[in-house]
Design a protein around this ligand. Structure first.
Ligand SMILES: [Zn+2]
Length: 129
């Protein structure tokens, strides 16, 4: 029963996180500034990491080229995106490095709280971005 209930909240969290990352970035690629075309919310530390999966500090809004398509992209060149992240968002880089080895077991109540926070962030910021 718990597992069945767990699926929608996780999906809702992923959706809200992705939207909030784009809003935070002003709906443009954080690397090149491109606004048109598809934008993706990239997890700096892979989303299998539950501690950082829904953290805005771990999200980078990228165009297709800088996400997966180009040679200099998050999925094709780990060094490239690491250097970019370290240089442009040093505090978030430090945070992710510090947090990635911590284990957090989130209860459904924790997840609901997190979803509330992300939704509040979206509501507060979507008009001004
Ligand atoms: Zn780009």
């Amino acid at each position: 029963l718990y597992r069945i209930k767990d699926v929608p909240i996780t999906k809702n969290l992923d959706t809200a996180w992705s939207k909030a990352v784009k809003i935070k970035a002003g709906h443009k690629c954080e690397v090149c500034g491109k606004r048109d075309g598809v934008l993706n919310s990239h997890h700096y530390v892979g989303r299998v990491n539950r501690t950082l999966r829904w953290s805005l500090k771990n999200g980078i809004c990228l165009c297709y080229t800088h996400h997966v398509g180009g040679k200099e992209s998050a999925h094709q060149d780990g060094d490239f995106i690491r250097e970019w992240f370290k240089t442009n968002r040093p505090e978030d880089y430090e945070h992710t490095q510090y947090m990635k080895n911590t284990i957090s077991k989130r209860t459904n109540a924790d997840k609901r709280e997190l979803l509330k926070e992300l939704k509040a962030y979206i509501k507060e910021n979507e008009r001004i971005s």
